[in-house]
Design a protein around this ligand. Sequence first.
Ligand code: SF4
Ligand code: SF4
Length: 81
Amino acid sequence: MIDSSKPVVEDNEENRQLCRKYCTNCQNYKHHSLEKYQPTELFCSRGQSSATSMKIIGCFCPACELFTKHHLRGGYFCVRR
Ligand code: SF4
Ligand code: SF4
């Protein structure tokens, strides 16, 4: 369910670039080669990765400025939203 009081993370190039600073460097991303699956980044906006059977290791989302700005919780948006 979407809480309309919270601004959602917009899917734009600026945010994708921000995301790449974190997601593409995290253990989970590297271990599962998430660049090979869609979406390749900005999972908090675009939805979870289509990669399956992921272990969940070392999410960097809590360090991301979009995580703070949008009051996101939990991280591991590539695994679940
Ligand atoms: S919160 Fe996570 S998925 Fe969202 S932009 Fe930041 S690093 Fe990427
Ligand atoms: S959402 Fe978290 S665990 Fe997934 S790739 Fe981004 S930083 Fe890594």
